[in-house]
Design a protein around this ligand. Sequence first.
Ligand code: SF4
Length: 451
Amino acid sequence: MALTGIQILKMLPKTNCGECGIPTCLAFGMKVAAGQIEIGECPYVSDEVKDTIGEASAPPIRTITLGSGDTAFKAGGETCLFRHEKRFENPTGLGVMLTTDMAAAEVDGRIERFNSIRIERVGVLMKADIIAVKDSKGDEGAFTSLVQKVLDKADDAKLVLISDNASTLAAAAKLCGERKPLLLGADSNNREALANLAKEQGCPLGVRGTNLDNTVEIAEQLLNDGLKDLVIDTGARTMKAAFEDNIAARRAAVKKKFKPLGFPTITFPCEMTDDPLMEVMIASVLVAKYAGIVILSDLQGDTLFPLLLERLNIFTDPQRPMVVKEDIYPVNGPGEDSPVLITCNFSLTYFIVSGEIEGSKVPSWLLIKDTEGLSVLTAWAAGKFGADLIAVFINKSGIADKVKHRELIIPGYLATIKGELEEELPDWTITIGPREAGHMPAFLKEWKPAA
Ligand code: SF4
């Protein structure tokens, strides 16, 4: 049962020292209850309290980590059924399947496409995350050499190792070391051996059921064996079954706190159809409906891109605008006579404006002011993009050392603050820029510094 902020407050020192970065213990307790901060951020709580609160405030879908360090991949951690209730936490992992009976050229091609299909959009690098390696021949030597190839050729791939043989999985898991793969899968026959292997290697374990009931049975036994980090494959190999199982599992975990299903799911559109377009369609349904990991048969730019975009849309926190860092951004190699423009740090605005400047080929300095992700007019109305704040930013930004002139181009929508800004920045001439970014190239081509 989740604890409330008040219940958590009772276990805190109540000194309001602020060392956690939050001014009061009550505010800290509320944030812990909302899952916005870890209890360990307060240096004064005992390990006992950490365990009690950590367990009680844990999300109903456990967070599972593949790999280690800053680049680790996380699945699960979800707390709600619908994004508008709060937000979705960890984007579905997209992966590609390699099997030991595949020709070497096909394996190399899939690894090459895993490495090369990377797309940047609004400052976010979009790419596949996982390579699944399957022991389809029951051949330990072939399996370990395929795993070694992936380790050598795909530096940032997270691994899912698939075999029902404990010693085969153990040999491959040892090769992976700190890259901590998901070991799949524990079924009714090999459960005990794989549980011991997962504990020994410190890796998450995949449950491989024949249906949802069988998955629950195996997960319950693994929980009793003391395993905590599980991923579940309900055995569904049709879109309908996978869709239904994902929804049943999420509902049971979130609404009923049903522990055996409180784990991210792994799904295999690659084993549901031979039609590549149908496979992507199935994958898109499973990204939308709760899959923690989706494994595809191959990666192609034209089909992976829509999936990556769908994932970006679904897993972007609707309550938190995407932002870029407050800074001076040089566009087209500007110099001391180049125009200086300013806008807000809402990332969509930044990418549209910087794209238009880049397209104009006019070397320019683009100043991005932190407006907490609000767009120009909204930020101005909220008091985050007023003349006084812009003046403070201009003076501390260092732009005056980069240009000889003193002319600042402000967004057309901020025309009303021109006079006020001239008072705040008496050394600068304020010029009103275009209202629409699309008019920027023509404006910049005409621009000359004020005499
Ligand atoms: S560090 Fe701990 S004691 Fe200090 S304000 Fe935060 S919660 Fe309270």
